[in-house]
Design a protein. Sequence first.
Length: 178
Amino acid sequence: MRVRVYMMMMEVELQNFYKIVPYFCADRIILHRFRHGGIAMWKYYALLSAFFAALTAIFAKVGVKDINSDLATAIRTTVILLLTWGIVLFGSHVGEIKEIPRHAWLFLVLSGLATGLSWLFYFKALQLGDVSRVAPIDKLSVVITIVLSFLFLKETVSLRVVAGALLITGGSILMLVK
Protein backbone atom coordinates (compact mmCIF):
# COMPACT_ATOMS: atom_id res chain seq x y z
CA MET A 1 0.00 0.00 0.00
CA ARG A 2 1.39 3.37 -0.99
CA VAL A 3 1.32 6.38 1.24
CA ARG A 4 0.10 9.42 -0.68
CA VAL A 5 0.57 12.97 0.43
CA TYR A 6 -2.04 15.28 -1.04
CA MET A 7 -1.28 18.91 -1.75
CA MET A 8 -4.24 21.03 -2.78
CA MET A 9 -3.51 23.68 -5.39
CA MET A 10 -6.78 25.47 -4.84
CA GLU A 11 -9.70 25.15 -2.49
CA VAL A 12 -13.18 25.69 -3.79
CA GLU A 13 -16.17 25.39 -1.49
CA LEU A 14 -18.81 25.60 -4.20
CA GLN A 15 -20.90 22.57 -5.11
CA ASN A 16 -19.97 20.64 -8.31
CA PHE A 17 -16.57 22.30 -8.59
CA TYR A 18 -13.40 20.27 -8.70
CA LYS A 19 -9.71 20.82 -8.03
CA ILE A 20 -6.31 20.22 -9.53
CA VAL A 21 -4.70 17.79 -7.15
CA PRO A 22 -1.09 16.83 -7.62
CA TYR A 23 -0.30 13.89 -5.41
CA PHE A 24 3.12 12.60 -4.72
CA CYS A 25 3.73 8.86 -4.66
CA ALA A 26 6.90 7.01 -3.82
CA ASP A 27 7.80 6.64 -7.48
CA ARG A 28 5.97 9.41 -9.38
CA ILE A 29 4.16 12.73 -9.36
CA ILE A 30 0.75 12.79 -10.98
CA LEU A 31 -1.21 15.92 -11.76
CA HIS A 32 -4.89 15.08 -11.92
CA ARG A 33 -6.83 17.36 -14.20
CA PHE A 34 -10.40 17.91 -13.14
CA ARG A 35 -13.04 20.38 -14.19
CA HIS A 36 -12.95 23.54 -12.11
CA GLY A 37 -16.04 25.67 -12.64
CA GLY A 38 -15.20 26.77 -16.18
CA ILE A 39 -11.86 28.38 -15.25
CA ALA A 40 -9.35 27.87 -18.05
CA MET A 41 -6.99 25.19 -16.77
CA TRP A 42 -4.20 26.37 -19.06
CA LYS A 43 -3.67 29.32 -16.72
CA TYR A 44 -2.81 27.02 -13.82
CA TYR A 45 -0.45 24.98 -15.98
CA ALA A 46 1.19 28.20 -17.23
CA LEU A 47 1.71 29.39 -13.64
CA LEU A 48 3.20 26.04 -12.66
CA SER A 49 5.44 26.26 -15.73
CA ALA A 50 6.61 29.74 -14.70
CA PHE A 51 7.33 28.53 -11.15
CA PHE A 52 9.40 25.57 -12.36
CA ALA A 53 11.17 27.74 -14.95
CA ALA A 54 12.24 30.04 -12.10
CA LEU A 55 13.57 27.06 -10.16
CA THR A 56 15.35 25.92 -13.32
CA ALA A 57 17.24 29.20 -13.56
CA ILE A 58 18.37 29.08 -9.92
CA PHE A 59 19.35 25.40 -9.99
CA ALA A 60 21.10 25.79 -13.34
CA LYS A 61 23.17 28.76 -12.17
CA VAL A 62 24.50 26.73 -9.26
CA GLY A 63 24.92 23.63 -11.46
CA VAL A 64 27.01 25.26 -14.20
CA LYS A 65 29.33 27.06 -11.82
CA ASP A 66 32.36 24.78 -12.16
CA ILE A 67 31.62 22.70 -15.28
CA ASN A 68 31.36 23.16 -19.02
CA SER A 69 27.97 24.67 -19.89
CA ASP A 70 27.48 22.25 -22.82
CA LEU A 71 28.04 19.29 -20.50
CA ALA A 72 25.57 20.80 -18.02
CA THR A 73 23.00 21.14 -20.81
CA ALA A 74 23.54 17.51 -21.83
CA ILE A 75 23.04 16.31 -18.25
CA ARG A 76 19.88 18.40 -17.88
CA THR A 77 18.57 17.12 -21.22
CA THR A 78 19.15 13.51 -20.13
CA VAL A 79 17.16 14.09 -16.95
CA ILE A 80 14.33 15.65 -18.98
CA LEU A 81 14.47 12.74 -21.43
CA LEU A 82 14.12 10.19 -18.62
CA LEU A 83 11.34 12.16 -16.91
CA THR A 84 9.23 12.71 -20.03
CA TRP A 85 9.62 9.16 -21.37
CA GLY A 86 8.75 7.86 -17.91
CA ILE A 87 5.52 9.87 -18.05
CA VAL A 88 4.77 8.59 -21.57
CA LEU A 89 5.42 4.97 -20.52
CA PHE A 90 3.46 5.30 -17.28
CA GLY A 91 0.55 6.87 -19.17
CA SER A 92 0.60 4.10 -21.80
CA HIS A 93 1.05 6.59 -24.66
CA VAL A 94 3.89 4.81 -26.50
CA GLY A 95 1.46 3.23 -28.94
CA GLU A 96 0.37 6.69 -30.08
CA ILE A 97 3.76 7.32 -31.71
CA LYS A 98 2.75 5.52 -34.91
CA GLU A 99 -0.29 7.84 -35.21
CA ILE A 100 1.78 11.04 -35.32
CA PRO A 101 1.60 12.58 -38.82
CA ARG A 102 4.80 13.51 -40.73
CA HIS A 103 3.94 17.20 -40.54
CA ALA A 104 3.85 16.99 -36.73
CA TRP A 105 7.14 15.05 -36.68
CA LEU A 106 8.82 17.77 -38.72
CA PHE A 107 7.75 20.54 -36.38
CA LEU A 108 8.49 18.51 -33.24
CA VAL A 109 12.03 17.93 -34.52
CA LEU A 110 12.42 21.62 -35.38
CA SER A 111 11.09 22.52 -31.92
CA GLY A 112 13.57 20.13 -30.33
CA LEU A 113 16.46 21.68 -32.25
CA ALA A 114 15.36 25.19 -31.28
CA THR A 115 14.99 24.11 -27.64
CA GLY A 116 18.45 22.54 -27.62
CA LEU A 117 20.07 25.66 -29.06
CA SER A 118 18.14 27.85 -26.62
CA TRP A 119 19.32 25.78 -23.67
CA LEU A 120 22.94 25.77 -24.84
CA PHE A 121 22.99 29.57 -25.09
CA TYR A 122 21.00 29.96 -21.86
CA PHE A 123 23.41 27.80 -19.84
CA LYS A 124 26.41 29.64 -21.29
CA ALA A 125 24.77 32.98 -20.38
CA LEU A 126 24.06 31.69 -16.86
CA GLN A 127 27.64 30.56 -16.49
CA LEU A 128 28.98 33.98 -17.45
CA GLY A 129 26.30 36.32 -16.08
CA ASP A 130 24.07 36.93 -13.09
CA VAL A 131 20.93 34.80 -13.07
CA SER A 132 18.93 37.87 -11.99
CA ARG A 133 19.91 39.53 -15.28
CA VAL A 134 20.07 36.52 -17.62
CA ALA A 135 16.59 35.15 -16.83
CA PRO A 136 14.70 38.39 -17.59
CA ILE A 137 16.62 38.87 -20.84
CA ASP A 138 15.78 35.29 -21.77
CA LYS A 139 12.12 36.26 -21.37
CA LEU A 140 12.43 38.33 -24.53
CA SER A 141 11.42 34.99 -26.01
CA VAL A 142 7.89 35.94 -24.94
CA VAL A 143 7.97 39.04 -27.13
CA ILE A 144 9.54 37.17 -30.03
CA THR A 145 6.87 34.45 -29.66
CA ILE A 146 4.10 37.06 -29.81
CA VAL A 147 5.55 38.56 -33.00
CA LEU A 148 6.08 35.14 -34.64
CA SER A 149 2.59 33.91 -33.65
CA PHE A 150 1.13 37.04 -35.26
CA LEU A 151 3.21 36.70 -38.44
CA PHE A 152 3.09 32.95 -39.02
CA LEU A 153 0.12 31.60 -37.06
CA LYS A 154 -2.13 34.59 -37.81
CA GLU A 155 -3.08 34.93 -34.14
CA THR A 156 -4.77 38.16 -33.17
CA VAL A 157 -2.83 40.50 -30.92
CA SER A 158 -4.78 42.77 -28.61
CA LEU A 159 -3.71 46.14 -27.27
CA ARG A 160 -3.15 44.49 -23.87
CA VAL A 161 -0.76 41.94 -25.43
CA VAL A 162 1.16 44.70 -27.25
CA ALA A 163 1.42 46.72 -24.03
CA GLY A 164 2.66 43.67 -22.12
CA ALA A 165 5.21 42.92 -24.83
CA LEU A 166 6.48 46.50 -24.71
CA LEU A 167 6.84 46.30 -20.92
CA ILE A 168 8.77 43.03 -21.20
CA THR A 169 11.00 44.56 -23.87
CA GLY A 170 11.64 47.64 -21.74
CA GLY A 171 12.49 45.46 -18.73
CA SER A 172 14.85 43.34 -20.79
CA ILE A 173 16.61 46.44 -22.13
CA LEU A 174 17.05 47.66 -18.55
CA MET A 175 18.67 44.32 -17.69
CA LEU A 176 21.04 44.58 -20.67
CA VAL A 177 22.37 47.98 -19.60
CA LYS A 178 24.62 47.81 -16.59
